[in-house]
Design a protein around this ligand. Structure first.
Ligand code: ZN
Length: 184
């Protein structure tokens, strides 16, 4: 599995190594602005509740389901591999999380961190919950924990060596990589 991922990643890395710094900035900008303005999703309602109810995990990009929580890719990622672990219940207040939900939430966050480490191989990972819109929550009514892989220099644009090879992965390809890596 790991060698297959490396083989897939090798070709885009060679190509992106030729990009100028301006090209890298342009490549990076659309993702970043989509994240900041949160221009989507277009459909009404709660995206987490819809994803939880969906029977098509690949379409909604749910990568793991537990009893109380599920993990889903962020469609407007801050970085490659940006995923979230959301509660099944539509609840926005952290203090209302039940003990059994919290235990599984923490466990799945650990599993997802390990999954990211062995797939996109970040140099670090940010984990965080934004409670309330003022704190940056795009969907304040439904608690979710972000896991954002980090690479050196990624605050301005993805570095050529560390980031560009994984940045070139589409969300669909990334989904397949993460699903494959979870198989025993
Ligand atoms: Zn919801």
């Amino acid at each position: 599995m790991a060698s297959a991922t490396r083989r897939k990643a090798a070709r885009p890395r060679a190509r992106s190594a030729q990009l100028s710094r301006d090209e890298q900035r342009r490549l990076w900008a659309p993702w970043r602005s989509a994240y900041i303005t949160r221009s989507a999703p277009a459909e009404p309602g709660c995206v987490f509740c819809r994803a939880r109810r969906s029977r098509d995990d690949r379409r909604v990009q749910v990568i793991h389901r537990g009893q109380h929580v599920f993990a889903i890719l962020n469609k407007y990622p801050y970085n490659v591999g940006h995923l979230m672990v959301a509660l099944n219940r539509h609840v926005g207040e952290f203090e209302r999380v039940r003990l059994e939900e919290g235990a599984e939430w923490f466990q799945m966050a650990q599993d997802m961190a390990a999954l990211l480490k062995r797939t996109v191989r970040p140099q670090g990972i940010n984990l965080g919950i934004n409670m309330g819109r003022i704190a940056g929550a795009g969907i304040p009514g439904h608690l979710h924990l972000h896991l954002v892989p980090r690479w050196s220099g990624d605050t301005n644009f993805m570095p050529v060596v560390g980031g560009a090879k994984v940045m070139s992965l589409s969300l669909e390809t990334l989904y397949d990589v993460l699903m494959k890596a979870q198989r025993p």
